[in-house]
Structures are given as structure tokens and as C-alpha cells.
Design a protein around this ligand. Structure first.
Ligand code: DGL
Length: 256
């Protein structure tokens, strides 16, 4: 791998931009290619097979563009496709994501933790295994919230409709006090404020973006492929969507 090659960042749509922000902040000298498959989002309502096929096709494109690493900035794509992609590209570091359950559950004594994610992430064996590891350390509640993906894809990150949706989703869960919320989908950090308003100020919210950025840095360091120096890297924005507003929304979310 050459240090000058860009890093590919993939998501089903615009959610991965919440991860890209952390990547750029930790590795400002790197160039990035962001690809959002917004034409096919949401992935979370698709079958494992479809998610794997779509993710593989897009990672193939990034690999053909000459990236030195790929970040699957999508929990859903990671659960369905990360392992087969690592077998397909043995020389290419592929960094995946999983809901940040570990830091949440270890943050206090026996917490009650709500994991918000897509249906596909929550029903995967990968998540079952993660839950099984921490089942004795606290109470883990799964909360699928697929519609948030569509709110974010529309660029609707503050609205009455969003607040109503979140109130409705949390109504039963909040009947028992909640200690932590895990944002197990990369679209969700964009609506963090409304989630915090819904659950109340004492609930601590976790997401996996900063941890993913640190992992990418470690992996690039290990193969001596980190780009240093004082230069400011560039971002190339790509989307499968034909909507000309999509890249504009991407840049708006990046700038938040
Ligand atoms: N952003 C994706 C994730 O982290 C999923 C969004 C979708 O359903 O397409 O899970």
C-alpha cells in the first residue's frame, strides 16, 4: 500500500458521514473517497444476501479506485458482509463497525442499556454473540428504529415528526429507567440531540465513530501506510443516488 492512496469510506447512504467526520478529525492529512449507496438505502430492511451483494459491489468499486483501506461506516453492512469481504481482499485492511455496547455496559454497575439499530443489525448472529458476551453485566434492550435512516437521508434532523417518532419508539422502553443508549447505526448520531431530549439529560449516549477512527489509524500504522505531515487531505464525494441534492446534503451533514 502506498501512503498517498486514499481511504474508502462506505455506507448505505449518508449515515457514514458521522464516521467520516471522526476519521478526518483524527487523520487530517489523508484523502478520502466517500461512497453512499443512497439509491439502495435503507439496507436495514433488506435480507442478509441483498446487503452482502450490495456492499460487495460497492467495495469492489472502491478497491478498483485504488484505496489503501476501506471503512465500512455502516453497522448493517458490517454484520452482513465484513467477514466475506476480508476473505475476498486479504491484502486490503477492511475496518468494520459494531454497536458500542461494550463501553456502554462497562460504564457503570449493571446498567440498563438500550441499543438502537436497524432490524438487520439486531437480528444478526454477530449481534447475538456481542449481547451474549455482556448479558451478565447489565440489561440489554434492543430497539429497532429503521425510520431514522429515512429522516437523515432526507436531511430532516430536527422536526416535530422526528420527535413524535422517537417518543413513540421509546414509550414502552422508558417505563423502566434507562442508563445508557447505544447508537448502533451510523445515521443516528445526526439526530442525537432529539434522542437526548426524548430519553432525558441523565442518560448517557454512546456511538462507535471515534473508536472506528482509532482502529483505522492503528491498522494503517501497522502496515506503515499512514500519511502524515501538515497537508490537508481532500474528500471525494460519490453517491449512487440520481438526486442532485444528495451530495449537497452529504456536505451539509459533514459540516454540522
Ligand atoms: N447506516 C447504517 C448502519 O450503520 C444503516 C442504514 C440503513 O438501513 O441503510 O447500520
Amino acid at each position: 500500500m502506498k501512503k498517498e492512496q486514499p481511504i474508502g469510506v462506505f455506507d448505505s447512504g449518508l449515515g457514514g458521514i458521522s464516521v467520516l467526520r471522526e476519521l478526518v478529525s483524527l487523520l487530517p492529512a489523508e484523502d478520502f473517497i466517500y461512497f453512499g449507496d443512497s439509491a439502495n438505502a435503507p439496507y436495514g430492511e433488506r435480507t442478509e444476501r441483498e446487503i452482502r451483494a450490495l456492499t460487495t459491489a460497492q467495495v469492489d468499486r472502491l478497491a478498483a479506485a485504488g484505496v489503501k483501506a476501506v471503512v465500512l461506516a455502516c453497522n448493517t453492512a458490517t454484520s452482513a458482509a465484513c467477514a466475506p469481504l476480508r476473505r475476498r481482499y486479504r491484502q486490503l485492511p477492511i475496518i468494520g463497525m459494531e454497536p458500542a455496547l461494550k463501553p456502554a455496559i462497562l460504564s457503570r454497575e449493571k446498567p440498563r442499556v438500550v441499543v438502537m439499530a436497524t432490524h438487520a443489525t439486531l437480528r444478526q448472529k454477530k449481534f447475538e454473540r456481542l449481547m451474549a458476551r455482556f448479558k451478565d453485566a447489565g440489561e440489554i434492550v434492543k430497539l429497532p428504529c429503521p425510520e431514522i435512516v429515512e429522516f437523515v437521508e432526507r436531511g430532516e434532523i430536527h422536526s416535530e415528526a422526528l420527535s413524535r417518532y422517537l417518543k413513540e419508539r421509546f414509550s414502552i422502553v422508558l417505563q423502566t429507567p434507562v442508563d445508557c443508549v447505544v447508537l448502533g447505526c451510523t445515521h443516528f448520531p445526526f439526530v442525537r440531540e432529539t434522542i437526548q431530549q426524548t430519553v432525558g439529560p441523565t442518560v448517557q449516549i454512546f456511538d462507535g465513530a471515534a473508536g472506528t477512527a482509532r482502529e483505522l489509524k492503528r491498522r494503517l500504522e501497522a502496515i506503515d501506510a499512514l500519511r502524515g505531515g501538515a497537508r490537508k487531505g481532500a474528500i471525494e464525494w460519490l453517491s449512487s443516488s440520481r438526486d442532485p441534492g444528495c451530495i449537497e446534503r452529504a456536505k451539509m451533514l459533514f459540516a454540522l
